[in-house]
Ligand binder design. Structure first.
Ligand code: ADP
Ligand code: MG
Length: 229
């Protein structure tokens, strides 16, 4: 479903050109639960952003469901992302002036432009799914980190994306909460047959995925598939 071919990313800093991703190629199938791991600065976020339509490679090709996304302009990328991809971040990225309910509803208004009744159905369903129905009128500053990440997961899922990217999604959570969040993402992957692609340091995530791709200095040094599910 996702194919990346010979991705390179180079940053130009004055005279210096910094090659942060080198010849990165990967194929990821529908329904995979996969982690990209590696030391800080090894290029995990850069790879995730290029696969997830947030950033474009300097050279190489990204193909999602037979659509070449690495040639798209910013506007086309945003459209494609909104319709096919969910993103979950370490720092949750909720909108502080919107309630829990409104945060989850937001992509349905801004991207999918769905009518009110359909929005309500989807948001309530996901609030139930992530066990946040009784918190729906609270604002982000009134809920815990674990609750915020559950809201962010619901927001990522509400558009029914086929692929969810999560960049260090448990880094700001205590280990009990992190385990609950991982279990919720695993359940979602199974229920919807969606793919989850993590960039992470977290051993708890690594212990729970089916495939681990290790990056060192922007290159894949190991790609290991196993069965934990
Ligand atoms: P990771 O997520 O594994 O910690 P990143 O993908 O964030 O790694 O970063 C990989 C490398 O690219 C690092 O050396 C980082 O400093 C560099 N980098 C990331 N973004 C930029 C940028 N906008 N300009 C210059 N260098 C960058
Ligand atoms: Mg990172």
């Amino acid at each position: 479903m996702i194919k990346a071919k010979n991705l390179n990313k180079t940053y130009q800093i004055g005279e210096l050109s910094l090659e942060v991703i080198k010849n990165f190629s990967i194929e990821i199938d529908k329904g995979e639960f996969i982690a990209i791991i590696g030391p800080s600065g090894s290029g995990k976020s850069t790879v995730l952003n290029m696969l997830g339509c947030l950033d474009t490679p300097t050279s190489g090709e990204v193909i999602i469901d037979d659509v070449v996304i690495s040639d798209m302009n910013k506007h086309q990328l945003a459209q494609f992302r909104g319709q096919h991809i969910g993103f979950i971040f370490q720092s949750f990225n909720l909108i502080p002036v919107l309630s829990v309910y409104e945060n989850i509803e937001y992509p349905l208004i801004m991207i999918l432009n769905l009518p009110e009744e359909e929005r309500k159905k989807r948001v309530l369903n996901l609030l139930k799914e992530v066990d946040m129905l009784d918190q729906k009128d609270k604002f982000p500053e009134q809920i815990s980190g674990g609750q915020k990440q559950r809201v962010a997961i619901a927001r990522a899922l509400v558009t029914n994306p086929k692929i969810i990217f999560a960049d260090e999604p448990t880094a700001n959570l205590d280990s009990k909460t992190a385990n609950q969040v991982i279990a919720l993402m695993r359940k979602t992957q199974k229920d919807y047959n969606s793919s989850f692609i993590f960039a992470t340091h977290d051993e708890k995530i690594v212990a729970n995925v089916d495939r681990v791709v290790t990056l060192v200095d922007g290159e894949i040094v190991k790609d290991e598939t196993r069965s934990v599910s």
